[in-house]
Design a binder for this molecule. Structure first.
Ligand SMILES: Nc1ncnc2c1ncn2[C@@H]1O[C@H](COP(=O)(O)OP(=O)(O)OP(=O)(O)O)[C@@H](O)[C@H]1O
Ligand SMILES: [Mg+2]
Length: 374
């Protein structure tokens, strides 16, 4: 949808945002349901966020990220038909209203998934979107808190407007509006980002764990997942599941892969968003480079190193289908001879179910066992 959408010069859109913020504050006040100080604080924080990202937004317009979008992409305007999400009820009546940064369009869906407690879907939507669109989007993640917050404030007002209808479910509507409003206030103040690294030999379940853990890594909608396998495939210009020959796995290529992962993580972190890197991280210098990146960005690093015995890993690899990893059971056997060296990260038993491994990782992070001392 966005790739095919008509580009527009972004200036009108970017300069319309302060009025949008003020319009939200007025609408929320008029409803008479919310604490006026909370409304003021939200408005003030939104204007501050706008001033911080305004140059970036102007640049996005020049780069072609302002387009004639859908404009109203909350969940009630997306239907699942034959397992395909179909967008409908776009803003067709007002070209200017629908001519926005593509992230402002995406932010509506992400926010609404969060409102409906669909953290995993929100995180998947963001990660899939980033994987399918130009890497420049990594350098614009800092616009999401404001965009999602504005979208939540709009939905709070839309909910309140329903009170005017006869026979409306008053307590239900007020509760829904309050939750959108609370979400708007929460989203505008994202917590500090962090860097998470998931290492371990092939078949330990890193990739499965990465996508399960990412939704829980604030700021919302969870960490951007950076996978060594996908970076390597992109480097060779092949599809994710295309098998690469052993020559794609020389130490030189692997060093380049880890450098690229670090660069992408740096860009994500610079935007105030969390990054989660999924790679084997068999070498001490690969792990040290990640620790150095965390220090450079002044973020905390959570290092997780998954372990499971060879038979378990081989059985998993044997039944795996449609994944970007090229690791085979033979590769898993060869990895037994790797000199892993000192692992300063939390060693996680990954021999149980996916849910158990996720819980083990979340426990280790909560207990602070994963943070590498300087
Ligand atoms: N805890 C688990 N229990 C059972 N099966 C699992 C578990 N974790 C992952 N799997 C399955 O095992 C296979 C390997 O998992 P995954 O691809 O996540 O491993 P990986 O560590 O990322 O491997 P690689 O290094 O090759 O990328 C997948 O088919 C996955 O669905
Ligand atoms: Mg993997």
């Amino acid at each position: 949808w966005h790739a095919a959408a008509t580009r527009a010069d972004g200036e009108a859109w970017v300069s319309s945002i302060p009025a949008l913020i003020d319009g939200n504050s007025d609408g929320l006040r008029a409803g008479g349901h919310f604490n006026t100080e909370d409304i003021e604080r939200l408005g003030k924080a939104s204007h501050e966020a706008y001033l911080r990202i305004r140059p970036l937004l102007a640049e996005r317009g020049r780069q072609g990220f302002v387009r004639r979008c859908h404009g109203d992409l909350h969940l009630a305007n997306i239907a699942l038909i034959d397992d395909q999400p179909v967008l409908f009820d776009a803003i067709e009546f007002d070209a200017q209203m629908a001519t926005v940064d593509v992230f402002y369009d995406l932010a509506f869906t992400l926010m609404d998934l969060l409102q409906h407690d669909q953290l995993r879907a929100a995180n998947t939507a963001l990660n899939r979107y980033l994987a399918a669109t130009p890497a420049d989007n990594l350098d614009a993640l800092s616009v999401l808190p404001l965009f999602m917050s504005i979208r939540a404030a709009i939905r709070a007002q839309v909910a309140l407007a329903r009170l005017k209808r006869p026979h409306s479910d008053r307590p239900g509507i007020v509760d829904e509006a309050q939750r959108y409003f609370d979400l708007a206030r929460m989203l505008i103040r994202p917590p500090a980002p962090r860097l998470i690294a998931v290492g371990g030999l092939s078949g330990t379940g890193k990739t499965v764990l990465a996508y399960a853990l990412a939704p829980f890594v604030a700021p919302q909608p969870g960490a951007v997942v950076l996978r060594s396998d996908l970076v390597r495939k992109q480097m060779f210009g092949v599809e994710d599941t295309h098998r690469l020959p052993p020559s794609a796995y020389t130490p030189e290529v692997t060093a380049h892969v880890y450098d690229t992962l670090a660069q992408h993580a740096r860009r994500v972190l610079a935007q105030g968003h969390s990054a989660l890197i999924d790679g084997v991280f068999a070498r001490e210098d690969e792990r040290d480079a990640i620790a150095a990146l965390a220090r450079e960005r002044n973020v905390s690093l959570n290092g997780l190193f998954l372990v499971a015995d060879l038979a378990t890993r081989q059985a998993r690899i044997g039944s795996r289908r449609g994944d970007a990893s090229d690791a085979t059971q033979e590769v898993a056997a060869l990895q037994e001879h790797y000199k892993i060296g000192h692992v300063g990260w939390a060693t996680i038993d990954a021999s149980g179910t996916e849910a158990q491994t996720l819980q083990n990782c979340r426990n280790a992070i909560a207990k602070g066992q994963t943070t590498q001392p300087d």
